[in-house]
Design a protein around this ligand. Structure first.
Ligand SMILES: O=P(O)(O)OC[C@H]1O[C@](O)(CO)[C@@H](O)[C@@H]1O
Length: 252
């Protein structure tokens, strides 16, 4: 199977659909190794998972999670760190075990060593079964900006200015947005057995068109998913508003 697109009406439906797929995998495999993403898009997905946990008691006790990335220089308790984001939106509400949730340490004394440790730990734990992804307006996945080699692994990267601008909304000032991050590489992401990418809203419409239209290229990191044997994209009508119906048909 090659990359498939699930088209949904709006953000709410996107979140329901994504949560439904994640929950199914969690129920099928109590020891699932789940790759998690941050950013605005997955917030509603996590809300649906929390609601399901409260309503139906779906348990995460044996689940391991691996986050894609973390800002360099932000301690876990910094309010804009991805550690804090995960606590706020998911970890504190469900029964995930703290020793089974993994996020790169943005405050590591030796960031290069931290990257090696993180990459090795993922592979030692058996690799990721299902990786959740968002997409940046420039096509980045994780913090893998355009030009990232497809065989890259976990490493320190410099953020593109467009990424820092897009994420400035979470900080009080643009200057506070870190300039660097630790991110899984494209190679790390592509080793996942299954991938689920989410795209919502008109700001993602141009990049979604490019991703579907253009050849696979390191200039558009998310395009690599067209080479993954089990990748699905859930996108709402706004995100697909610039994609011609004929092109969409090829990914159904
Ligand atoms: O969901 P958003 O906020 O549009 O972000 C898209 C992507 O950009 C990032 O937030 C990084 O800039 C990723 O973590 C995310 O997947």
């Amino acid at each position: 199977m090659s990359m498939k697109i699930i088209q949904v009406k709006d953000y709410e439906e996107l979140c329901q659909k994504a949560a439904q797929i994640l929950l199914q995998r969690v129920k099928d495999n109590r020891r699932l190794r789940l790759g998690l993403a941050t950013g605005g898009t997955p917030v509603g997905v996590y809300r649906n998972m929390v609601q399901d946990h409260l309503d139906h008691g779906t348990s995460y006790r044996e689940i391991q999670t691996f986050n894609l990335d973390e800002y360099l220089g932000l301690a876990p308790d910094h309010p804009q760190s991805y550690h804090a984001y995960m606590e706020e939106h998911l970890f504190r509400w469900v029964d995930l075990q703290p020793n089974k949730t993994h996020i790169p340490d943005g405050k590591a004394a030796d960031p290069e060593a931290e990257c090696r440790r993180y990459e090795e730990m993922i592979q030692q734990q058996g690799g990721i079964d299902l990786q959740l992804l968002g997409i940046g307006v420039n096509g980045h996945i994780g913090f893998n900006e355009p030009g990232t080699p497809f065989d890259s692994t976990t490493r320190v990267v410099q953020l593109a200015e467009s990424t820092r601008r897009a994420n400035a909304r979470f900080f009080s000032e643009q200057e506070e947005v870190p300039t660097h991050a630790i991110t899984m590489g494209i190679g790390t992401i592509m080793k996942s057995r299954e991938i689920l990418l989410l795209a919502s809203g008109t700001s993602k419409a141009p990049v979604m068109r490019s991703m579907l239209q253009q050849e696979v290229s390191e200039q558009l990191p998310a395009s690599v998913l067209k080479r993954h044997p089990r990748a699905q994209v859930i996108a709402d009508q706004d995100a697909l508003s610039l994609v011609e119906e004929e092109l969409l048909q090829r990914f159904r």
